[in-house]
Design a protein around this ligand. Sequence first.
Ligand SMILES: O[C@H]1[C@H](O)[C@@H](O)[C@H](O)[C@@H](O)[C@H]1O
Ligand SMILES: [Fe+2]
Ligand SMILES: [Fe+2]
Length: 305
Amino acid sequence: MTILIDQPHFGVEVQEKKVPIDEKELSLDGGFLVPQTNSFGHTFRDYDAEGERQEGVENFYRINHINQTYDFVKKMREEYGKLNRVEMSIWECCELLNDVVDESDPDLDEPQIEHLLQTAEAIRKDYPDEDWLHLTGLIHDLGKVLNLPSFGGLPQWAVVGDTFPVGCAFDESIVHHKYFKENPDYSNPAFNTEYGVYSEGCGLDNVMMSWGHDDYMYLVAKENKTTLPSAALFIIRYHSFYALHKSEAYKHLMNEEDVENLKWLETFSKYDLYSKSKVRIDVEKVKPYYLSLIEKVNVNKFLFN
Ligand SMILES: O[C@H]1[C@H](O)[C@@H](O)[C@H](O)[C@@H](O)[C@H]1O
Ligand SMILES: [Fe+2]
Ligand SMILES: [Fe+2]
């Protein structure tokens, strides 16, 4: 898919913002109350907690870990990098996510449009002036349309879930790591070392990530030459990369720009995760704001592959 984007004009460049040293505190200072439990009564991202979602989520990761190989990702990037299939507006695309429920998520079983708005609204409350971050919240998971027939109807294992680099060893901190043993790359000496095909400080941009909604949406935004700040593109591509932003793995592959952008991702990630709830957003009520935001930044049309 392709996004056709005229030059967005964000009020302030992200580089000019004062990046707080401790985002954890900032997030709390912003007034966001981190809930103790998710809607199923468990702590967030507890992949072992027994409950209605546990088995399906674990099965999802088994299939995901077996099939996400270096060659598979290469093929998907080539195929979906063509960006020549459908053209539609961002809002139309959001509405399509009414039909997608994420099977990898232990914390949410609502249609994905709810999650986009829950995330964006939570950020908006705490960062009213950061319109680029609201928009990033709105679009960060749009790539989940890959699951829909008109976008290739990819299986969930190739669309959702946490992401991780391919082409080097799978870090132990990745959820349900044990299932990588059945991935052919696991026993391939070209891919199963700490650096694999990469080198120290090569920059995450040069690292192939497991294929899914994140990399897809990143390609869409980048290929359409969006002028969203680089922090927004970073958030879109790595928001599911929990091994990095939560467990601090793979830092040896980062360059200086990655280090800067990671601060924004750490902030974003709290809103992405902890805004998940059964409390529905009134779509019609907030729609005018997001339409005006989309219009303001002139992000008009997506072309989808
Ligand atoms: O299950 C979820 C979901 O697929 C999200 O969209 C992704 O960003 C998370 O990393 C993942 O844990
Ligand atoms: Fe996501
Ligand atoms: Fe999300």
